[in-house]
Each structure stands twice: as structure tokens, then as C-alpha cells.
Design a protein. Structure first.
Ligand code: 4AD
Ligand code: MG
Length: 477
């Protein structure tokens, strides 16, 4: 008989029909009640067995973590919290699990401990919910852009460019690193390397995305990106997934509108399609918040926070206005910021972004027109000569979730800027071609996928929303 998924069984009307179910045992009580889970939902299916008809040998093997198959009759459940249960006619152990050795005991484990056993944490309620939500969000991203007529482009993972110009790249080589070939000047001779030049893992697919946008008008990428920045924080990964739309004939306003619409679309999609998981995560967060002192608890539950983002337009503010707000804030005057805000031109730290969003505006904020010195070379220069048409979207509890800009489409201005900051034009000649042939105002942004998942799941550490996190000094599994 075909196996049914527990998610579907739980919404079936019980009419004494015979069904087969397979899954992993979460708990086994009184030699009678198995709580079975197959990952299709956070809810377990209760399988009731008659221990008089099951050999002692089999009963002993129904342990937490074991894979089992049950065939039986679907009946209304008398127990609390479930509408149906299975009265088993036969039960079979598919894969044993030694209860003594199984690391996941049926009790509450800390997230830190679960991170160490990330190969098993998928089987917990929390991570089950997190990764089902992650899956939905990824699907929603594709659905959104597909409905908008965007082309999905696969940009390379190995590349020779540094799209952000920040030098945070992982090198890719197949040299014997203890003994690489040298040229006559004693430098490493990359001409002899696999690609005949120095290469690295991509930090962003944007530059290649721009090439495609100059033909298809509207494109997006959704792929892994890599940054060798030594930031050991709850918001940084060395390997993360980024969504990068790029739009021809598009200015900063259009870009902001698109980003806002997209974020609201995918959040709404998750709320509608992962209601139970998000309710579970919302409760989880409330429990966690109870451990904190009253004044540090968030004013809204996770569900309220998500709904709030859908109901409110994001606040649009210039960098210059933001600096004024921060400089004049009591927080700054009382020296509560680790980095005090004294002058125009400083880069904003996560604490400043979160102050603006959580304390001042109390809603998502789009910050625009940053000083050119703290932004990438490709951003469009504003008339004032000091700022560029950049936009960062800041979210409560997260800080920066999106970074984007209108691009500098004027060849001369772009070349001059590259020269100023020492980016050799020869290396990006192909990129400059977009400005030579049919250049036009265009714009795009990058959404850090894990930061989005953090926001929607209410988890607090980015290591808990990607299956196998890569961070400084950590590359397990
Ligand atoms: O602001 P970033 O560096 O922008 C770019 O890479 C542009 N090329 C995007 C574009 O315009 N097409 O990164 C974009 C987003 C950030 O806002 C953040 O959400 C996420 O990527 N991000 C990270 N997420 C996790 N770990 C890291 N180390 C991240 N660095 C950036
Ligand atoms: Mg950024």
C-alpha cells in the first residue's frame, strides 16, 4: 500500500479506511502510543498499538529515532490535540535506533548543542519548522520573480572578479600551496594555475547579472556567495545565499518599490503557507523571551512582527537624515552606542541600524544616498558629488537585510571612480562594455537569504537557519 504523508493524514476525515504510514518515532508511551513524525509537518501522528498482539521483541525496538512503518485503520482520536489517529494492525521496524546512544533525547536541547549535531537537528520541532519555512521562502522568491517576468540567471561561482571590491575573497587554486610556482620576480605565477589566472569564489553575482539585464531587461540570481570576512557575529556567514535582481531602465525609486514589494510578497507567502510552523516558532520565541529581563523583550510576537511588515510602508530616509537622528539621539548623548555618531561620513554599525528601525521609526527603513566612500565603485554618483544612489533596507532585529543601488551607467564617471579607488579597468573591460554599448539607467539589489529566514522564523542566530553553517574556524559536515 502506498505510504501517505502525515501532513495529509492529519487533515483526512477518518472513515475506518486502511492506511500505511512511515516515519521516525519521536516518543513511545505505555507500550501503546507512538508519536510518529515524517517531516511533512511539525505535528506527530499518534499510532496506537495493541501490545498484546505485538511481539515483545518488536516492542523493544520502538525507540526514539527508529524508522518504522505502520499499517492500520484511521479513526477519530479521543486524545487531546489531534483529530485522528491510527489503530495499528501491523507494525514493522525499518531502521533501529539505539535509545542509549541516540543524541536527540525527547527533551529540550539548547540551540548550541543542536548546532554541534547539525546532522540530526533536522529531526527536532524547531529545525523542522525553520527548514520548512526556508523552503517556502525560496519557492516564494522564484514565484514572485517568475510572475513579474524576470529571467533566472545562473552566475558563476568561480570567478576572477571581486564584485564588491572589498577584498573578502576565498581563493580558488589547485596549486600545491606549500610550493606554488613562481615567476622571475618571485611572485606566485598564476599563469600556471588551473584557470591561468588568480581566481576566487564569488562574493556576488551582480556584475554578471548586469550583463544579462542588458539583454533580458529584468533578471535575478539566487545562488551561494562567499565572503572571507572575519565577522564572528549572529548575522554573518562565510557561505550564504543571495538573491540579486537587476533591472534595466530602472532608477532608485523603482528599485526600492521592487524590493519592498518582493519582501512583503515572500513574507505573506510564508505566513499563508506555513501557518502552523510560524505559530510554533512564534511560541518558541515567546518562551525564549521570558528568559530575558522585561525591558529587553520585544514588544511584538513573531506573528505580529511579520504582519506589521505587511501592513506598513517602509520608511524612506536619506543617510544624511539618519546621521542627524542618530547624532541627536539620547542613546548617542548618553554614550550608549559602542561607536558614537559624531560626523557625517561614518559607516553605520549594526547597533545604529537597529536603533533607527527598532527605537526611532519602529518599522522597516530604507536608507538611501550614502557617502560614496563607504559604498561600492559601481553605484551611481549623485549630483552633490558626495553621495551615491545606494539603498540599504533595515529590518527589526536584523539590521541590514538588503543592499542595493542604481548603477553608474555613465562610462566616464564609472572609469574615473574605478581609477580613484584603484580598480584596474583592464580587469573589468567586459563590464565596462555594458556602458559602451546601449548603456541605460539600471538598478538592482541583493537580499541576504539567511537574513530573511532569520526574520521570518524569529531565530536569533544565523547559524540556525542554514543547514550547515560555515563561519570562521567552523566547517563541519
Ligand atoms: O550589501 P551587499 O554586500 O551587496 C552586494 O553584494 C550587492 N552586489 C548586491 C546587489 O546590489 N546586487 O550584500 C547584500 C546582502 C546584505 O544586505 C545582507 O543581507 C547579505 O547580502 N549579506 C550577508 N548575509 C550573511 N552573511 C554575510 N557575511 C553577508 N554579507 C552580506
Ligand atoms: Mg551591504
Amino acid at each position: 500500500m502506498a505510504r501517505l504523508r502525515i501532513k495529509d493524514i492529519l487533515t483526512t476525515t477518518p472513515e475506518n479506511q486502511q492506511i500505511t504510514v512511515k516515519g521516525w518515532v519521536r516518543t513511545f508511551r505505555n507500550n501503546s502510543f507512538i508519536a510518529l513524525n515524517d517531516g511533512s509537518t511539525n505535528n506527530n501522528l499518534q499510532v496506537v498499538i495493541d501490545f498484546n498482539n505485538v511481539p515483545e521483541e518488536t516492542l523493544k525496538r520502538i525507540t526514539t529515532g527508529a524508522a518504522v512503518q505502520a499499517t492500520g485503520i484511521l479513526i477519530p482520536s479521543l486524545g487531546k490535540g489531534q483529530s485522528v489517529e491510527v489503530k495499528a494492525e501491523s507494525i514493522e521496524i525499518i531502521g533501529d535506533s539505539d535509545a542509549e546512544k541516540y543524541p536527540l533525547q525527547p527533551k529540550k536541547h539548547s540551540l548550541e548543542f543542536l548546532r554541534e549535531i547539525a546532522h540530526l537537528r533536522f529531526r527536532t520541532n524547531t529545525f523542522g519548522a525553520v527548514f520548512r519555512v526556508r523552503n517556502s521562502l525560496a519557492f516564494a522568491v522564484h514565484k514572485f520573480f517568475n510572475e513579474k517576468g524576470f529571467l533566472y540567471i545562473h552566475t558563476p561561482i568561480i570567478t576572477s572578479n571581486d564584485a564588491e571590491g572589498a577584498g573578502e575573497m576565498f581563493h580558488v587554486t589547485n596549486f600545491d600551496i606549500a610550493n606554488p610556482p613562481k615567476d622571475e620576480n618571485g611572485n606566485v605565477d598564476y599563469k600556471q594555475d588551473f584557470f591561468g589566472k588568480a581566481t576566487n569564489l564569488t562574493v556576488s553575482g551582480q556584475l554578471e547579472g548586469e550583463l544579462a539585464a542588458m539583454a533580458f531587461s529584468d533578471i535575478y540570481t539566487f545562488g551561494p556567495t562567499f565572503r572571507a570576512e572575519n565577522s564572528n557575529t549572529a548575522r554573518h556567514l562565510a557561505e550564504f545565499w543571495m538573491i540579486e535582481p537587476e533591472m534595466a531602465f530602472c532608477d532608485l525609486q523603482d528599485n526600492m518599490n521592487m524590493a519592498e514589494e518582493m519582501l512583503q510578497y515572500v513574507i505573506r507567502y510564508a505566513l499563508e503557507n506555513n501557518k502552523e510552523d510560524i505559530e510554533f516558532l512564534s511560541q518558541r520565541l515567546e518562551e525564549e523571551e521570558k528568559q530575558k529581563p522585561q525591558n529587553e523583550r520585544s514588544e511584538m510576537t513573531l506573528l505580529q512582527k511579520l504582519q506589521f511588515c505587511l501592513d506598513n510602508k517602509f520608511e524612506r530616509v536619506t543617510y544624511t537624515q539618519a546621521i542627524e537622528i542618530l547624532r541627536e539621539s539620547n542613546h548617542n548623548k548618553k554614550k550608549k552606542f559602542q561607536y558614537l555618531v559624531n560626523e557625517w561620513g561614518v559607516d553605520l554599525q549594526s547597533e545604529h541600524e537597529r536603533y533607527l528601525v527598532e527605537k526611532h521609526f519602529k518599522k522597516p527603513v530604507i536608507l538611501i544616498d550614502y557617502p560614496k566612500e563607504i559604498k561600492a565603485f559601481y553605484m551611481r554618483q549623485n549630483e552633490d558629488g558626495k553621495t551615491v544612489a545606494a539603498m540599504d533596507i533595515l529590518f527589526p532585529g536584523i539590521g541590514e537585510i538588503v543592499g542595493g543601488s542604481q548603477r553608474e551607467e555613465r562610462l566616464e564617471k564609472l572609469e574615473t571612480r574605478m581609477k580613484e579607488i584603484g580598480i584596474p579597468a583592464e580587469e573589468l573591460d567586459w563590464y565596462l562594455d555594458t556602458r559602451r554599448f546601449g548603456s541605460n539607467p539600471h538598478a538592482g539589489f541583493g537580499l541576504g537569504f539567511e537574513r530573511l529566514v532569520l526574520f521570518v522564523t524569529g531565530m536569533t542566530n544565523i547559524r540556525d537557519v542554514i543547514p550547515f553553517p560555515r563561519t570562521p574556524k567552523n566547517c563541519e559536515f
